[in-house]
Design a binder for this molecule. Structure first.
Ligand code: SF4
Ligand code: SF4
Length: 189
């Protein structure tokens, strides 16, 4: 863990605070590879963040949010529909969100306490296989701190932000969950 003083020295920490005061979608302004990526540090770290859980997608990462459009993406085998207890984030009810699949995890993840069991199915020895533009929002916006190695890294697009966005798409996600059930689509990465 880093101290508050160390966080205060971190420019992206202040950006996050400033933008969060500007209302919904504050993180859009932080979606900037030149500002929030430190590939040298992340290479040395080996992806501690990705080893804990696959990062969240934003609905904006998909060009087609229809049943067929999302199914086509999910059938690539590296995307999970994950059930999260919204009450933990002051959002009522159980909510489905969409994130990268974890190693040895199902496409539909309906167990609440599973995070930390395994890491992102896409993580390779050299890091994330997606270039910045094609990485899920949760990965693009995972900002390494000065120390790195997960000690002072932080994100303005965490589970809470993803839940707030995916809440509007529960109907289609529930339909997909019913359709997919225990089907396993092999990972195509
Ligand atoms: S963001 Fe932090 S935890 Fe993730 S790879 Fe970079 S240094 Fe490691
Ligand atoms: S998609 Fe990339 S950034 Fe996201 S968790 Fe997987 S390896 Fe990490």
């Amino acid at each position: 863990m880093c101290t508050l003083e160390e966080l205060k020295d971190d420019e992206s920490f202040w950006d996050e605070i400033l933008y969060s005061k500007q209302g919904a979608r504050h993180y859009d302004k932080l979606d900037d590879e030149s500002k929030n990526c430190n590939y040298e540090l992340c290479k040395k770290c080996g992806g501690k963040c990705c080893q804990r859980c696959g990062c969240n997608f934003s609905p904006d990462d998909f060009s087609d949010l229809s049943f067929d459009g999302l199914l086509k993406e999910i059938q690539k085998g590296y995307i999970t529909i994950d059930l999260v207890d919204g009450d933990q984030f002051y959002i009522n009810g159980m909510i489905w969100l969409v994130r990268m699949r974890n190693v040895n995890s199902p496409i539909v993840e309906n167990r609440i306490f599973h995070r930390g069991e395994s890491g992102c199915i896409a993580l390779k020895e050299n890091g994330c296989p997606f270039d910045y533009a094609h990485r899920p929002a949760g990965g693009r916006l995972f900002i390494p701190g000065k120390k790195g190695f997960g000690k002072d890294c932080h994100t303005p697009y965490g589970t809470e932000e993803a839940l707030r966005e995916w809440k509007a798409h529960q109907k289609v996600l529930s339909q997909l969950v019913d359709f997919i059930k225990d089907t396993n689509y092999p990972c195509q990465i």
